[in-house]
Design a protein around this ligand. Structure first.
Ligand code: NAD
Ligand code: WQD
Length: 343
């Protein structure tokens, strides 16, 4: 397919997954316009994407809830499709601030879709999450399962957006939407120049381990060792962020049929917290001191993807293994101990 001169609007493109996806889009030959309010990102990520690819992109600092700004972007660019990453993602924070999460994630997406509809742009790839299956779903998760009732406002906002997009596609067959249900993205671009740069104390496992390894935090707390799993710690389906980024390009290329289509993006393999610590130590050569702490509210014992549909329909399959994920995380963290702040 000739993608030259196709312009893609990437919301939240300065963030962790967005910046890696922008890199793959540029390398594939797309033109990229990023809109990001920099609430949880630094524009340095995009400067480095330009450095790695040798290509330029257009950056607009702004908010997806700003309808006038979106109208202006759609009026002044010939946008082929929108990849929609922008949103808030901290599960615990969403319990404290549910209205911020529904406003940003749900209302923000509604505003984006209204602007797209007015501009007759109907191709959308949405950053969804395995959390939409809810706490009762049997594992592995597959797309034929109904959406569940996620326990956090964050998870519920993703399930609600999925439902909104289903309804939008039913109302007008010009819409073509891919709902990408990510499992647990980790890792970084192999250059070590871009990666995950959480603000404050990391909520997620691998960024926390990486900060312990680099000396920014003293010890890891392992949340629970009495789960009904292989070694008593929780199991998750971790996938490399570059595999995830490539999945977005495959999904973008699939937006020819109308309708709303959900795909799991995961490896199909579950890894426990203890296995993650052991592999990190082996790959990095660093010791990770840890304590076993009480379970974290809302954590599920184990879940992983059935990734067969993405393989069959999108031709996508994760290529990188756990050692690759950890090696690339460590390269990024060791070279950028304070993230982008010293960039
Ligand atoms: P991130 O926080 O690094 O990226 C989100 C970006 O959106 C940030 O750059 C932020 O500044 C921007 N943003 C937030 N609200 C905005 C708004 N109203 N207008 C414009 N920009 C806004 O997060 P990420 O890990 O890259 O996640 C990207 C998407 O993927 C999110 O929607 C997230 O919910 C979803 N997701 C992430 C994970 C994960 O584990 N990282 C898993 C499943 C789904
Ligand atoms: C993984 C495992 C923790 C930190 C979350 C969201 C999910 C998705 C990805 C967006 C769990 C344990 C963690 C620590 C630990 N995001 N852990 N000590 O909870 O699977 O998923 O991020 O959609 O919606 O819920 O990922 O990385 O937070 O935790 O022991 O300091 O590591 O208990 O078992 P999780 P995580």
């Amino acid at each position: 397919m000739d993608v030259l001169n196709r312009q893609i609007l990437v919301t939240g493109g300065a963030g962790y997954i967005g910046s890696h996806t922008v890199l793959v889009l540029l390398e594939t030959g797309y033109d990229v316009i990023v809109i990001d309010n920099l609430l949880n990102a630094s524009v340095e990520s995009l400067r480095r994407v330009e450095l790695i690819t040798g290509k330029t992109l257009t950056f607009i600092e702004g908010d997806i809830r700003d309808r006038a700004l979106l109208d202006n972007i759609f009026a002044t660019h010939d946008i082929y499709a929108v990849l929609h990453f922008a949103g808030l993602k901290a599960v615990g924070e969403s319990v404290e601030l549910p209205l911020s999460y529904y406003e940003n994630n749900l209302a923000g997406t509604v505003t984006l879709c209204q602007a797209m509809q007015s501009a007759a742009i109907f191709r959308l790839v949405f950053s969804s999450s395995a959390t939409v299956y809810g706490p009762e779903a049997p594992v592995p998760y597959h797309e034929q399962l109904p959406r569940g009732w996620p326990s956090s406002p964050y998870g519920m906002s993703k399930a609600m957006v999925e439902r909104v997009l289903d309804d939008v596609c039913i109302s007008d067959t010009r819409w073509s939407v891919a709902l990408l249900r990510y499992f647990n993205p980790i890792g970084a671009h192999e250059s070590g120049l871009i990666g995950e740069d959480p603000r404050g104390i990391p909520n997620n496992l691998l960024p926390f381990i990486a900060q312990v390894a680099v000396g920014r935090r003293e010890r890891l707390a392992i949340f629970g060792s009495d789960y009904p799993t292989r070694d008593g710690t929780c199991e998750r389906d971790y996938l490399h962020v570059m595999d995830l980024a490539e999945g977005h390009v495959k999904a973008l290329e699939s937006l020819e049929d109308s309708g709303c289509h959900a795909y799991n993006l995961g490896t199909g393999q579950a890894v426990s917290v203890m296995e993650m610590v052991g592999t990190f130590e082996a790959v990095s050569g660093k010791t990770i001191p840890y304590d076993v702490a009480p379970r974290r509210d809302g954590d599920l014992a184990a879940f992983w993807a059935d990734p067969a549909l993405a393989c069959e329909v999108l031709g996508w399959q994760a290529q990188r293994n756990l050692d690759d994920m950890i090696r690339d995380t460590w390269r990024w963290q060791a070279a950028n101990p304070d993230g982008y702040t010293n960039g």
